[in-house]
Write a protein that binds this ligand. Structure first.
Ligand code: SF4
Length: 452
């Protein structure tokens, strides 16, 4: 009886009972500092890198989620979660850069290399277009001989045959690779690609924007400064790009914050980043798997994603990564700052090469979004609404996205239809339940068939 009475009583600080982590964060040595930082976030004041590190390392997960959700609502007050109908196409996998974490590439003379024929690529784009797709995310390896003119031809053909599809294509390291093998400035390469109809640059190849880490995991790849500079030049050319982070390998918590700081500084300068996404390293089957620690925990994903949402106060959208984290974790991340589910990915070849594939049909994506109390809504590459289920006059009544200039730019080019989402409402009545079914269901069935 005595033992039971002790269990039910509140332990005194001097007892030998050890509080769990969450309680420790509130009562432990960092409690005062965490409370001060949390108040700053609540007051919409920018936190610095030291404060972000304190939150990332010491705040309990509930506090992190609360603060990330608060910042999410500041940036994206509508109770919607967006996604894009798209496809990843990897036209070739030969690469001379030998990143130790990459299970996708093959050395140029290896019998594992492939190169898709133009007709094969166009068939994939056609199939994407027929399913209502808005984007193809196309990336390859660092091929020893394929140059930017090959991509200009491809993009031009896609843009002329499928103007509704944006080529969200290449990556900063690939552009820098072209610069090196073509011996001309990256600005010229960006200009040629843009003239061909290239619409936006994905955030691939960032991994960890810290030189110590890059030297270990990808020593032959673009440096931090060059990755940032290529994105800067893309923004200067009037295009937008996104940002990513691959964590959970050899980096420290402070280096994760350093990565976010570099992105925040770039965004202060250009405003050209549409979104941020992060995922943990998928170490299965990669060339240097023996060097990597075990796959990091879901908790680290949530802490990292939430910290990014809080710290990147100048980036509007946070994209979850259901392909690497699984759809349930992606659903949870909607309460840790994410407002976007990324792409439907009719096809994905890169992380699936490392044994990680959680592709989902549209119906399933929409169901998990709805169960998290948000309305799923389709978007284009620039986070404008591109969803025929919603009533355009109602949507035009309010603000979304921030990037009106680029909306006008792409509308003028006939490349994308931009709409604007209404102010937050008490309920979801702007997006009636009836309108949400229909095309999604049919698309979902077809996409499941293609993915199978
Ligand atoms: S991550 Fe990219 S650059 Fe690195 S080996 Fe793979 S394909 Fe090549």
């Amino acid at each position: 009886m005595q033992a039971k009475a002790q269990t039910n009583s509140t332990p005194s600080p001097s007892s030998s009972w050890r509080p769990r982590a969450a309680t420790a964060a509130r009562l432990g040595p960092h409690a005062t500092e965490l409370a001060r930082i949390a108040d700053k976030v609540r007051a919409n004041e920018r936190i610095d890198a030291v404060e972000a590190l304190a939150l990332h390392e010491h705040a309990d997960i509930v506090l992190l989620g609360e603060l990330a959700n608060l910042v999410r609502q500041r940036h994206n007050p509508n109770p919607v979660v967006t996604y894009i109908v798209d496809r990843n196409i990897n036209p070739y996998n030969a690469c001379i850069t030998d990143c130790g974490f990459c299970a996708f590439y093959a050395k140029p003379k290896s019998d594992r290399t492939y190169e898709l024929k133009r007709e094969e690529i166009m068939d994939k784009v056609l199939e994407t277009a027929e399913l209502g797709g808005r984007q193809v995310l196309m990336q390859g390896g660092h091929h020893p001989t394929i140059k930017s003119d090959w991509w200009c031809d491809l993009i031009q053909e896609i843009d002329s045959r499928f103007p509704q599809i944006n080529c969200h294509t290449l990556s900063a390291p690939e552009l820098e690779h072209f610069e090196r093998i073509e011996r001309r400035p990256v600005e010229e390469i960006i200009r040629d690609l843009a003239l061909a109809g290239w619409g936006s640059l994905p955030g691939g190849g960032a991994e960890m924007l810290v030189e110590r880490v890059r030297k270990i995991i990808a020593p032959k790849k673009t440096t931090t400064d060059r990755w940032l500079d290529v994105h800067r030049k893309v923004h200067e050319a009037g295009l937008r790009s996104s940002a990513t982070m691959m964590f959970g390998n050899v980096e420290t918590a402070a280096e994760r914050i350093e990565h976010l700081l570099r992105l925040r500084d770039l965004q202060d300068e250009t405003g050209g980043l549409t979104a941020f996404a992060c995922w943990n390293t998928q170490p299965d089957g990669v060339p240097e798997a023996h060097l990597y620690p075990k796959k990091s925990t879901p908790a680290l994903y949530l802490r990292t994603q939430a910290t990014a949402r809080i710290f990147l106060d100048n980036v509007q959208h946070m994209q979850t990564s259901y392909v690497t984290q699984g759809i349930k974790m992606a659903q949870i991340s909607l309460r840790f700052g994410c407002d976007d589910f990324g792409g439907t990915m009719l096809e994905e070849n890169v992380v699936s090469a490392a044994g990680c594939s959680n592709l989902q049909a549209i119906d399933d994506l929409e169901r998990v979004i709805e169960r998290a109390s948000y309305t799923p809504i389709q978007r284009n590459s620039w986070y404008g609404i591109a969803d025929e289920r919603y009533d355009a006059p109602a949507i035009d009544a309010a603000r979304w996205p921030n990037s009106r200039e680029e909306a006008a730019h792409h509308q003028a080019a006939g490349r994308a239809s931009f709409s604007i989402v209404p102010e937050p409402t008490e309920s979801h009545t702007v997006f009636p339940e009836a309108a949400r079914r229909g095309p999604g269901a049919a698309l979902s069935k077809k996409i499941s068939e293609v993915q199978a």
